[in-house]
Write a protein that binds this ligand. Structure first.
Ligand code: 2HA
Ligand code: ZN
Length: 272
């Protein structure tokens, strides 16, 4: 099978267009950001000989929950800006081994590269999200400008950040009633940041990394991008108004909104 047939696959096209969009948003400077997309074997087998392993790579610790799962993942050190012109070098397709201890590289990373440095955070977040949503597929990390800026001037308390974001645009509570999770500042790429991010993913699809960026998860690329885009828009409004608030939605209005749209706001944030 021609290995470039994979470029016709919709999931590869989605990786190309999404990374480009995120770069255009100004969120993914240089090698900032990473995406992993859980794929079904049959989706890949249509385009690629899945019995051909190019290379293998050991994982820092076994992730048995993802055994035999396939992903397309952005490359470590690669620029989102460049994926659209050269997907073979900047992204790759991987499969987690039977015992979860290593990965097979099946396509991509053509210059000898490897998946994102945040692979642990991605894999552990996939595990947690799959436990709560069987349709879960995407983990997306990005340096969304205003969400990052907000972590310098807002209290670092997840319920307070959630409430602030909900109040910035009427749509926010409807789009992320589960609110945002927040972890302390930690070393990127470490196992610890992966473990702490994943813990937050049990209750949230968005997790903020102070002074760094955000992790978003979802069932499709559009939904996940839209989730981060909505939170980022709210953070942009917050940074634009700079604390000078004369009018805003009351807790009662937010509760009415939730009822009208049939969503349940995360507990303990709005006054009843
Ligand atoms: O991939 O964004 O957090 C580069 C990063 C690390
Ligand atoms: Zn980052």
């Amino acid at each position: 099978m021609d290995s470039n047939k994979i470029l016709e696959a919709s999931f590869i096209k989605e990786m190309m267009s999404t990374t480009y969009n995120m770069w255009r948003m100004g969120w993914d400077e240089r090698n900032g950001g990473n995406i992993s997309y859980l794929l079904k074997e049959e989706e890949i087998a249509k385009f690629l000989d899945i019995s051909k392993v190019i290379r293998t790579m050991k994982l820092p610790f076994p992730i048995k929950e993802l055994a035999n799962r396939y992903f397309v993942v952005t490359g470590s050190g690669k620029y989102f800006k460049n994926v659209i012109d050269n997907p073979e070098e900047n992204i790759g397709i991987i499969r987690v081994s039977e015992d979860g201890s290593y990965i097979d590289i099946l396509w991509g990373y053509a210059d000898g590269g490897r998946p994102t440095s945040e692979l642990v955070a991605h894999f552990m977040s996939h595990v947690k999200r799959l436990e709560v949503d069987k349709n879960h597929r995407i983990v997306m990390h990005t340096h969304a400008t205003n969400l990052l800026a907000m972590t310098f001037v807002h209290e670092l308390e997840e319920q307070k950040i959630t409430k602030t974001l909900w109040k910035m645009c009427t749509e926010c509570l409807v789009v992320f009633p589960d609110g945002v999770g927040l972890i302390p500042w930690m070393i990127p790429g470490s196992d610890e940041i992966g473990i702490e991010t994943a813990k937050k993913m049990i209750d949230h699809r968005l997790v903020i990394w102070p002074q760094h960026g955000i992790f978003g998860t979802g069932t499709s690329m559009d939904e996940t991008f839209g989730l981060i885009e909505t939170a980022e828009k709210a953070a942009e409004i917050y940074m634009l108004i700079g604390g000078k608030i004369k009018n805003s939605m009351t807790d009662k209005e937010l509760n009415d909104l939730a009822r009208a749209f049939g969503v349940s706001p995360a507990e303990g944030i709005l006054n009843k």
